[in-house]
Design a protein around this ligand. Structure first.
Ligand code: SF4
Length: 376
């Protein structure tokens, strides 16, 4: 158990101290870092080129300069990323890669060039109609273009062997994470909602291979102990990101455990297993084609609501918690659809709006307490 505690606290510390953690990973691996904006940045190509992919999901900082480029109604993740960039926090990055899933991201791709000119930007454009063969073919072409851009940055070609090796390291990571989220739902006391999030988040600041080794050890240690007798409330959580961490503390205080998630920063990253055919780039494209229930990937008929209902049943949860990042318009557009479906299924739901720069949590605390009392 003490080994388990050490591993957990190691990953928690990494997630809580991204700057220091990335500096340490750079020192340990000798790799230069490349910043990967949300949501599906093709990290495997970055890794194959010998760079260290680093997640850029915002953070808490006072917004002073970013207002020049992003209005106050833009999401706080992008506002903080631009602010950090302008403050020089990201000067050590070799480049950043920015996908264009929403209007804010589209603007940020261009804003970045002027606001943070010292860090080059590579943009990725995902197809709307990814379920058509033409959409898939386009995505393969786009990933190959990103590969060319990274090769130019590095000054050398990425071999097919390195692409395959990198893809396999990422598949091992994703398999380990699927196993992690499946196992930890039976240990909601040791791996509470806050700890679960921090463990998953640590992956964004480490070499994926090193991170995967630790996750496998954590899963094995947990499997060696009996499932925990938890008398609190079990929920499925959805949204872009389960932050700020203070929000998760409130869940822990109220004995609420996330037993399954659909967060873009968490399970959406690893829930799709790759097809077993094609080159690494083709498999990467198929992973996007095969992703279901993601707000950012077009579906003629939205499957997210039913997916959440199924997750509630599978994980024996009592409710759904929607953590809405203000003002993430794609997630907001989906909300009325999933709300109606979840209500029809008679599943209790809590909707919380968050912001990376939040200072006061008292309103949320009251709402979470009431929710816990209602279900307790
Ligand atoms: S609006 Fe949503 S999808 Fe777009 S950058 Fe912000 S958080 Fe990401």
């Amino acid at each position: 158990m003490s080994e388990l505690k050490t591993l957990i606290s190691q990953l928690e510390n990494i997630a809580l101290n991204p700057g220091k953690s990335v500096a340490k990973s750079v020192k340990d691996t000798g790799k230069e870092p490349i910043g990967c904006f949300p949501i599906y940045t093709p990290e495997e190509i970055v890794y194959a080129a010998g760079y260290l992919p680093v997640g850029m999901w915002g953070g808490k900082t006072e917004i002073k300069q970013a207002d020049k480029y992003l209005q106050s109604f833009c999401c706080s993740i992008m506002r903080s990323n631009i602010e950090y960039g302008m403050k020089g926090t990201y000067d050590g990055l070799k480049a950043v890669i920015i996908p264009t899933f929403c209007d804010t991201l589209k603007c940020v791709c261009e804003n970045w060039k002027t606001a943070v000119p010292q860090v080059p930007v590579i943009t990725v454009v995902y197809p709307q109609n990814r379920l058509l063969d033409a959409g898939y073919q386009y995505l393969v072409t786009e990933f190959n273009r990103i590969k060319d851009e990274i090769e130019k940055l590095k000054g050398e070609k990425i071999s097919s062997k390195n692409m395959e090796k990198s893809f396999s390291i990422y598949e091992n990571y994703r398999e380990a994470m699927r196993s992690f989220v499946k196992v930890v739902k039976d240990y909601p006391i040791t791996i509470n909602t806050r700890t679960r999030h921090l463990i998953i988040k640590a992956a964004y600041f480490m070499d994926k291979k090193d991170y995967t080794d630790i996750i496998i050890q954590i899963v094995n240690e947990l499997k060696n102990s009996s499932a925990e007798n938890f008398n609190g409330i079990r929920v499925v959580a959805t949204g872009l990101i389960g932050e700020p961490v203070e929000l998760l503390n409130i869940f822990v205080e109220n004995n609420i455990a996330v037993v399954a998630d659909d967060f873009a920063q968490e399970s959406r990253q690893f829930r799709v297993q790759a097809r077993n055919k094609g080159t690494a780039i083709e498999k990467m494209a198929y992973r996007i084609v095969d992703q279901k229930g993601c707000t950012f990937l077009y579906e003629e008929v939205k499957t997210k609501g039913q997916m959440l209902i199924d997750m509630v049943k599978e994980s024996k949860a009592q409710a759904v918690v929607v953590v809405m990042m203000k003002f993430c318009d794609p997630e907001e557009f989906d909300y009325p659809i999933i709300k109606e479906e979840i209500e029809k299924a008679d599943i209790p739901m809590l909707y919380i709006e968050t912001d990376m720069q939040m200072d006061s949590y008292e309103q949320i605390r009251t709402r979470v307490q009431s929710f816990a009392e209602m279900l307790g």
